[in-house]
Ligand binder design. Sequence first.
Ligand code: NAI
Length: 442
Amino acid sequence: MADRYLNFTGTAPGRFLTRRLGLPQPAPLHRFSPEHPRLNGQLLHLTAGEPAHRDELGKLLAGTGLDVVTAASAERPAAAVVDATAVTGLDSLAEVHAALHPVVRSMATGGRVIVIGAPPSPDDHHQAAAQQGLEGFVRSLGKEIGRGRTVNLMRVAGAVADAESTLRFLLSPKSAYVSGQVIQVGGAGDGAAAPDDWDRPLAGRTALVTGAARGIGEAVAETLVRDGAEVVLLDVPSAEADLAKVAGRLGGRALPLDITAADAGERIAEFVPDGLDTLVHNAGITRDRRLANMPAERWSSVLEVNLASVLRTTDSLLAAGAVRRGGSIVATASIAGLAGNAGQTNYAASKAGIVGLVRSLAPRAAAEHGVTVNAVAPGFIETKMTAAVPLFIREAGRRMNSLGQGGLPVDVAETTSWFASPGSGAVNGQVVRVCGQSLLGA
Ligand code: NAI
């Protein structure tokens, strides 16, 4: 499972040899740890056009604990935030180029570029052209910037204060494997409620994670506990021993239950009579075959676990009021559901179905229940599932992204915990890929 190539390129002879041979040189990513909770270096605050909320944004940026500087005093910044909300046409779009062009080369290894945009206007096609232009800009810069640096676009549709949790996430080591993403904040949901303690935003909250006996689900549960949540861990009865071990380690409660059971929603509601704040639909399976060779059972089992059970339990728990106001539902899609993948018509249909579910339900869940609904779409993540992939395809999956390496389960977990934060109450209906900006396209 270990990425030997990444380890090799991290050594002096490895660096020398791969440089001489013109091979990729992925930079080891700096992930969150209590010893290294922040990016290492300055935060450069840039603007394009005349944003109205310059001071307010400045305060949010200062809240990250990074040293906020202007272009004149920047020295190898670890992050550059370009406020492009006031970009309304091509002249102000050119100011994004002008702001980043002189600094991009000097940015620190593992740095962050965040462009803050506004939603493209349905009434002003010049503004819409320029704002949509930012998407192409960000995705291209992400593909060329290299050295473990990431580039994302955050669109602010409401109050800039609602963007605080997202800014903190993107400007931290927690988003190390998130690049090339467009995230809209505001304009939906109840709005954000800043947590009392940004280091433990989930304190006093209860979360249930399906498929938590191993892999990504285990990492999600662990990260939610780190962030203060009490967790209920659900997995199939045949995984009960592993589930009990994880629950014991994390101080959580185990619920052995097949999520495809017709009454799974009712069983969960009985297990947590006081309700849940966060429901993470992570359980998933693959049964790959090309369509011509795929018996109906392979189709139905994947659709049943990955999508039908998510639809059923979500409906049942929302109807029972078992997800509390201010809570969140996080479902798991996949880049296969966005780009398609040979041999995975069943899996990709189920994961694209998750995207459809999230986009449709999010506004109604917010309006009727005060609950956000978002999806995380992992790319190539180093787990038992991907360790079983044949070597050549595994190597391609690892390298064919802008960061030149696979993600870790914790990368998906960090994104899930950001969605679950009360500070993310204005993040709704979003599908965020955790894929190092996978080069696999639709
Ligand atoms: P995994 O196979 O290691 O873990 C999945 C867990 O779900 C297992 O513990 C399994 O027992 C449980 N599960 C399966 N069917 C269940 C059911 N009917 N009821 C309750 N629990 C059930 O998989 P991994 O890699 O941790 O994946 C987690 C999620 O992330 C899945 O939804 C998967 O499709 C998705 N994903 C994973 C990627 C990767 O690279 N590993 C990439 C994209 C998406």
